[in-house]
Design a protein around this ligand. Structure first.
Ligand code: FAD
Ligand code: NAD
Length: 478
């Protein structure tokens, strides 16, 4: 057995690589085991950097520029002539962004003295980790003082639409279409369905999204869900709610989808079909039977609030454990686990994890929705203000959407912030900071927001909780 490590991290995604770096910063001898090979090269960064957050955002940006160039520039007096897009160039730009970032993580690990072990890690009993190198050389056993499991998640497959990597793909395949499908079907109106559906719609596909549930984005505040459904529909996404796919048939010309909706069986024809019905924790070959790690019924590694598993000294983080499957949640859990190992009493605040859907406009939220706050017994008050009369939003032609605050009527304490509109994913951080500091609505009302900025809508929304927004005729006054 080799020299013992203070910390062995299995998985080099956002959760794992951040944990490894933080461990090294705290003086630990750290190994990070990552088995991913992306486009022929061993690669760090996990789902997020290789086939998730980053490549999807690169395509969202390219497709948005394509659509905006066609439709938004004329109003500024800019004429462009015929606009076309070269898909191969768009995909290779995306690949370059991924390469730059994954290469950067490798440099960071090296610079911090973390051993990146390229291959598969498996937890055995007594905090021994078996490492099987990618290059086919013999497995080694590593003794670890502490272990962090960070093996992430993989897409859920459904038997009614089996991925064949050609006509039927998952989110990874949908980042690689070599040409724009004329008719594109999407199963699942979740975050991936709406983001990747938007990409290909902007590039010219007719997109139909099938969602089994009757409600659209049920985790959102209802006002936000309603507005986003309206906006995406107006943009041309055909969202079919209460539509459960029961079969799919691939032919030479495409794929036929059978679904039931309102008790009736219907069919639809597509050139390509994306299956994005959720992701599941990835534990294949990760745990020896005698490793002692308990799993939940749904296959997640069981952890407490501090990400400690059923084995002392073994933590699990990110998509592998309960909670939202988000890169920033994985990252903060990784840092928390390492700092706990180091003896620091830190705790991730799970009440202030931000959600963002990167459609246009963006949809972002933090804290409680109006409905959840009421269900939790709060006497709720709310305030909402639109971007439509905001000078900066109008000047840049991005005046759709609103900011909504949810607060406790008795204490004035802020409970949640919900944004649909320009830069919502950035603007919502103001609400996160306010929630972290247990702010009242009055705190936000009393602050001075720069003019002309989009953030003035945040101020007006806080004022409108008490009927005091300046750029609106408000009936309730205080
Ligand atoms: P992962 O990123 O999945 O990393 C785990 C790594 O562990 C993998 O690279 C895997 O190869 C490796 N591994 C697994 N088992 C072993 C083993 N036994 N030995 C060695 N290595 C192993 N989240 C956001 O917050 N914002 C977004 O915009 C966003 N967009 C997304 C878009 C798409 C299309 C997808 C699919 C996901 C997106 N996500 C987004 C979710 C985000 O990617 C995940 O929440 C995040 O990557 C989870 O990080 P993780 O470290 O837990 O796991
Ligand atoms: P999701 O859970 O967000 O949505 C899946 C949807 O598919 C659900 O609405 C579900 O009701 C529906 N569905 C399930 N089975 C169905 C069926 N047979 N027919 C029709 N609809 C069906 O999952 P996702 O979109 O695959 O995303 C996976 C994870 O990746 C999410 O947890 C998300 O957090 C993460 N992600 C985050 C971002 C972001 O933060 N912007 C972007 C992409 C992915």
């Amino acid at each position: 057995m080799s020299q013992p490590y203070d910390l062995v991290v299995i998985g080099g995604g956002p959760g794992g690589y951040e944990a490894a770096i933080r461990g090294a910063q705290l003086g630990m001898k750290v190994a990070c085991i990552e088995k991913r090979v992306h486009k022929g090269k061993p690669s760090l960064g996990g789902t997020c950097l290789n086939v998730g957050c980053i490549p999807s955002k690169a395509l969202l940006d390219s497709s948005h520029r394509f659509e905006a160039t066609q439709h938004d520039l004329a109003a500024h007096g800019i004429s462009t002539g015929a606009v076309s897009i070269d898909i191969a160039t768009m995909l290779s730009r995306k690949d370059k962004v991924v390469d730059q970032l994954t290469g950067g993580i490798a440099q960071l690990l090296k610079g911090n003295g973390v051993d990146w072990l390229q291959g598969t890690g498996k937890l055995l009993a007594n905090k021994v980790v078996e490492f099987t190198p990618l290059d086919g050389s013999a497995s080694q056993q590593l003794q670890a003082q502490n272990v962090i499991l960070a093996s992430g998640s993989v897409p859920i497959n459904i038997p009614v639409a089996k991925v064949d990597e050609d006509r039927i793909v998952d989110s990874t395949g949908a980042l690689e279409f070599a040409e724009v499908p004329k008719r594109l079907g999407v199963i699942g109106a979740g975050v991936i369905g709406l983001e990747l559906g938007s990409v290909w719609r902007r590039l010219g596909s007719q997109v139909t999204v099938f969602e089994a549930l009757d409600d659209f984005l049920p985790m959102l505040d209802k006002a936000l869900a309603k507005e986003s459904q309206k906006t995406l529909k107006k943009q041309g996404l055909d969202i079919q709610l209460g539509a459960k796919v029961s079969a799919s048939q691939i032919s030479d010309t495409g794929v036929t989808v059978t679904y039931t909706q309102g008790g009736a069986e219907k069919t639809a024809e597509f050139d390509r079909l994306i299956v994005c019905v959720g992701r599941k924790p990835y534990t294949e070959a990760l745990l020896a039977e005698d490793a002692g790690i308990a799993l939940t019924e749904r296959g997640f590694v069981q952890v407490n609030d501090q990400c400690l598993t059923s084995v002392p000294g073994v933590y699990a983080i990110g998509d592998l454990v309960r909670g939202p499957m988000l890169a920033h949640k994985a990252m903060e859990e990784g840092v928390m686990a390492v700092e706990r190992i180091h003896g620091q009493a830190v705790q991730v605040n799970y009440d202030t994890i931000i959600g963002v859907i990167y459609t246009h406009p963006e949809i972002a939220w933090v804290g409680l929705s109006e409905e959840t706050a009421a269900a939790k017994g709060h006497e709720v008050k709310t305030g909402q203000f639109g971007f439509a009369v905001n000078g900066r939003a109008l000047a840049s032609g991005e005046a759709a959407g609103f900011v909504k605050f949810v607060a406790d009527a008795k204490t004035d304490r802020l409970l949640g912030m919900h944004v649909i509109g320009p830069n919502a994913g950035d603007i919502v951080h103001q609400g996160m900071i306010a929630l972290e500091f247990v702010s009242s609505v009055e705190d936000l009302q009393l602050m001075t927001f720069a003019h002309p900025t989009l953030s003035e809508v945040v101020h007006e929304a806080a004022l409108s909780v008490d009927g005091r927004a300046i750029h609106a005729i408000q009936r309730k006054r205080k």
